[in-house]
Every structure is written in structure tokens, then in C-alpha cells.
Write a protein that binds this ligand. Structure first.
Ligand code: FAD
Length: 327
């Protein structure tokens, strides 16, 4: 049985935290199939120094492709390099994160290898020597279980669903210089989204606001709560407020926005329309604050606070500050 490859993302030379989860998920598949877990990291020369930690999350071998052309994400160059590495390694499965980069890269790699892709997967298993996957369909109202016949099985996993498990072992780092052809496009400038410390799709805590917040000026209440929760928390928004120009599209959660699955999702003044639920219903714990006890958001919430956001938010923020810092 072949080995499993985990594609690890980096940003400016630092490994993205979601990559540890991808490696752990790949290790789970490798354990089920009896193969080894390899991680693949692409970046500019010198990157291997940052690669070691991938071993602690399950990578037996960490392959680091170092080349100036790989310094930042370039769809063509990255897809060709990953596809070459997959062919060379003869992997049984390749696991990506369903992040914005992974959503772009995984289908390109699948197309180059002429195999199907199971995207946005929320469960992986092994059965009779093959890989199985579970993924949501119909805006999260149902799940399908896929038995993947193709080799390699290409999967992208929904961030924050699988979790990263550390082990007391280190992987072997193998650096190489891939053959890279001049890309047709290149990144000329990169601009960070205003105010966003962590992308909403990758954050482990999301504080989302909807039309019930009444005015963009009131977002300071959500920002206070986000800050109290710590640097792993991000702001999210419903489409109603994005369409109104109150918040940037990058924060939109839902069918036409981002899909999130954080450990904690706090929805404030959001009714819970099906299109919103499609993007957040697989969150581990959902807290809803809404003054309407019949709001559909309470149908998916683990904890519901029926009340006025303007009274609840300051009290919630204060309580979290006390819990985290003792006041
Ligand atoms: P509303 O539905 O207006 O809800 C506001 C809520 O705030 C109400 O429940 C109200 O009780 C509550 N409220 C009011 N005042 C307070 C207060 N003081 N304190 C507490 N609660 C209060 N929507 C998305 O979010 N994401 C998507 O990706 C998306 N994609 C879509 C795609 C399509 C094709 C279509 C047709 C629609 C899509 N929508 C999407 C829109 C979706 O149908 C809803 O219109 C939208 O989610 C509503 O946003 P909202 O909950 O903020 O606003």
C-alpha cells in the first residue's frame, strides 16, 4: 500500500497552523492503510528550517521543495510541482486543506493527474484498502459518503474539523529543488485585508454579526468581544451586512461567502437563513444572540441567548475578560 501525502501551506516562510491538521488527517489515513505519512511544503530556499514541526503532527517524511518561484502561491507553478511530487512518490492519497489556497490548488492537481477530487471533506476513513470520505451536500442539510476508487485519492478537508494531534516523534526532512518552468502569471503585490488578523475561514473562533447590529458603527461591540476572545478569533458577517457595505466580502459566511467550521461560532443579530447556515452549521459549538426567540439560528445553536445584542454583547465581553484574565 502506498503512502499518504499532506500538502502543507506556508505564508512568508511560516507554516500555516491549518497544515498541522492536514498532516494529522493524512496520518490517520496512513494508519488505516498501513503506509507512511509524507508532508510536502513549497517555498523559497531556506524554508526547511521551518518544516520540522510537521513531524510532530504525524509526518514521517517532510519533503521541502525550495525554489525562488515558489516563494508565494502561484497556481500554475504550485500545481505542477505538487503533481510531479505525487507522481514521483506514488501516493495513495493526497490531502489538502479546503482553505482559499487549497480550494484553488487541489482541483488543479486533480486535473493534472486526471483523477477526481473530494472537496470540503468533514470525515475520512479507510475501507477495504481504499479511502472513504464524508462531505456535506445541499447546503449542509445532508452528508454523502464517498468511496474513492481513483489513485491517488485527492481530498481537501474543511479547516478546524479534524484537529491536529501532536506526537513525540520527528520527521525526516528532505529538501529538493524542483524543475520549475516560467509561470504565465506572477504575484506583483499582496495586500492584507484591513483589520483582519486571522482569516475567518481558518479561525478557531468566529464572532459574526448580522443586520440586527443595526449600523456599522456598532461593530465595535463585536470587535471588543473578538479581542477579548484572543488572537485566534476572527470577525464574520452575514450577507445582508456585506451587501449593505457595512463589512468587507472577505468576512461573509455562507453559501456565497466562506465556509467556516470553528470550535466556537457566535452569531449576533443573524436570523439564520439557510444560505447562512450552509457556511457555519458544522461549527463545533454555536452560540446565537437574537431578540427573536423563533429565529431559525436557534435551530442549530448549542447555546441560545434571547435578548438584545446591545445589552448582551458588553456583558458577554466582560464575562470572557474575567474568565480569561481575571478581570
Ligand atoms: P436578517 O435576516 O434581517 O436578520 C436579522 C436578525 O437580527 C433577526 O433575526 C432579528 O431578530 C435580529 N435582531 C434585530 N435586532 C436585534 C437586536 N437588537 N439584538 C439581537 N438580535 C436582533 N446570507 C448569508 O449570510 N451568507 C451567504 O453566503 C448568503 N448567500 C445567499 C445566496 C443566495 C443565492 C441568496 C438568495 C441569499 C443568500 N444569503 C446569504 C442571504 C440570506 O438569505 C439572508 O438574507 C441573510 O443571511 C440575512 O442576514 P441577517 O441574518 O443578517 O439579516
Amino acid at each position: 500500500m502506498g503512502d499518504i501525502l499532506a500538502f502543507a501551506e506556508q505564508h512568508e516562510g511560516s507554516i500555516r497552523s491549518g497544515s498541522y491538521e492536514v498532516v494529522s488527517a493524512a496520518a490517520q489515513v496512513a494508519a488505516g492503510l498501513g503506509g507512511a505519512t509524507h508532508a510536502l511544503l513549497l517555498g523559497s530556499p531556506g524554508l526547511s528550517g521551518a518544516a520540522g514541526r510537521l513531524g510532530a503532527y504525524g509526518a514521517d517524511v517532510i519533503r521541502v521543495a525550495e525554489h525562488e518561484a515558489l516563494a508565494s502561491y502561484s497556481p500554475e507553478v504550485y500545481a505542477a510541482t505538487v503533481a510531479d511530487a505525487v507522481r514521483e512518490g506514488g501516493y495513495t492519497a493526497v490531502v489538502f486543506a479546503a482553505t482559499s489556497q487549497g480550494k484553488d490548488l487541489a482541483p488543479r492537481v486533480a486535473a493534472l493527474l486526471d483523477v477526481p477530487l473530494a472537496s470540503d471533506v468533514t470525515g475520512i476513513g479507510t475501507d477495504g484498502g481504499g479511502v472513504t470520505a464524508r462531505r456535506p451536500v445541499y447546503a449542509g442539510k445532508a452528508f454523502v459518503r464517498l468511496a474513492i476508487d481513483a489513485t491517488p485519492a485527492i481530498l481537501s478537508i474543511r479547516p478546524n474539523v479534524f484537529g491536529a494531534s501532536e506526537r513525540a516523534a520527528a520527521g525526516t526532512i528532505e529538501s529538493f529543488t524542483p524543475d520549475v518552468t516560467e509561470p504565465k502569471s506572477r504575484v506583483v503585490e499582496r495586500k492584507a485585508a484591513e483589520g483582519a488578523s486571522v482569516d475567518v475561514a481558518e479561525a478557531s473562533i468566529v464572532v459574526s454579526g448580522g443586520r440586527g447590529m443595526r449600523d456599522p458603527e456598532n461593530w465595535n461591540l463585536l470587535e471588543d468581544l473578538r479581542e477579548a476572545l484572543g488572537p485566534e478569533a476572527a470577525l464574520g458577517a452575514s450577507r445582508a451586512v456585506v451587501d449593505a457595505g457595512w463589512r468587507p466580502h472577505g468576512e461573509q459566511v455562507g453559501q456565497t461567502g466562506k465556509t467556516v467550521a470553528p470550535k466556537l461560532y457566535i452569531a449576533v443579530g443573524i436570523s439564520g437563513a439557510i444560505q447562512h447556515l450552509a457556511g457555519m452549521r458544522t461549527s463545533q459549538t454555536i452560540v446565537a444572540v437574537n431578540k427573536d426567540p423563533d429565529a431559525p439560528i436557534f435551530g442549530v445553536a448549542d447555546y441560545g441567548i434571547v435578548g438584545d445584542a446591545f445589552e448582551v454583547l458588553p456583558r458577554l465581553t466582560e464575562a470572557i475578560k474575567v474568565l480569561k484574565h481575571g478581570g
